[in-house]
Design a protein around this ligand. Structure first.
Ligand code: SAH
Length: 223
């Protein structure tokens, strides 16, 4: 597992640990999340630091949270389920579209070698970038930009995860996936479902639908 050093100060001050461990057992383990590395990451990342101070007491509840500026932090189970579907390995380079609070990126930082994450709203990108840095997530590379374009300079990626929903999976993103790679995305407008795409070694795509989900829409760039 990749190492991320959470500053001792944060660890010592983490009065939420018992609630977090209960969340992992009651919400994730009980619903069938089995990937040991994913469970470990979900036990480690201080989710309460990724929500506004006024919402901290609800950070570990079994639902998504609205955290301002049209943004939500996904339900813990969905973060764990998508991480399990993505199946990141310690040597992988992962691309995330929709940094939001930075929570999913921090979870992935414990599962993969490098996490490249793109957020379209400048203010959100700046804040989550600062928090990830403060938490010592040195293997997360955040930037402001339009996820529809992906990050061609850093491509190809072993894994790609979208945490905002496009009407269909953008071709630029499947093009930036390595052969043998996996992409996980919520897809759809009115009704969304989680889609898992595998790129076969010959470059063809194998697509399957998973559970119904509800994510904020992936907005097109305006400039
Ligand atoms: N992964 C986040 C949750 C994402 S919320 C977390 O763990 O908290 C979805 C985010 O996607 C929002 O912050 C939204 O601004 C962003 N987003 C929407 N459209 C986008 C686009 N085209 N490119 C990049 N980010 C986008």
């Amino acid at each position: 597992m990749a190492t991320v050093l959470l500053p001792a100060l944060l660890r010592a001050a983490d009065e939420y640990e018992p609630i977090r461990l209960a969340m992992v057992e009651d919400q994730l383990g009980a619903r069938g999340v089995r990937n040991a590395a994913v469970l470990r990451a979900m036990r480690t990342v201080p989710r309460h630091l990724f929500v506004p101070p006024a919402s901290r007491s609800k950070a570990y509840a079994d639902h998504p949270l609205y955290i301002g500026q049209g943004q939500t932090i996904s339900q813990p189970y969905i973060v764990a389920f998508m991480s399990e579907m993505l199946d990141p390995r310690p040597h992988h380079r992962v691309l995330e579209i929709g940094t939001g609070s930075g929570y999913q990126a921090a979870v992935l930082a414990l599962l993969a070698k490098e996490v490249y994450t793109i957020e379209i709203v400048p203010d959100i990108a700046r804040r989550s970038g600062e928090l990830l840095k403060q938490l010592g997530c040195a293997n997360v590379f955040p930037r402001e930009g339009d996820g529809y374009q992906g990050w061609p300079e850093k491509a190809p990626f072993d894994r790609i995860i979208l945490t905002a929903a496009p009407p269909e999976v953008p071709k630029a993103l499947t093009d930036q996936l390595k052969p043998g790679g996996i992409l996980v995305a919520p897809v759809g407008v009115q009704r969304q479902e989680l889609v898992v795409i595998e790129k076969r070694l010959d470059g063809t795509l194998k697509k399957r639908s998973s559970i119904p989900v509800r994510f904020v829409p992936m907005v097109p760039a305006t400039r």
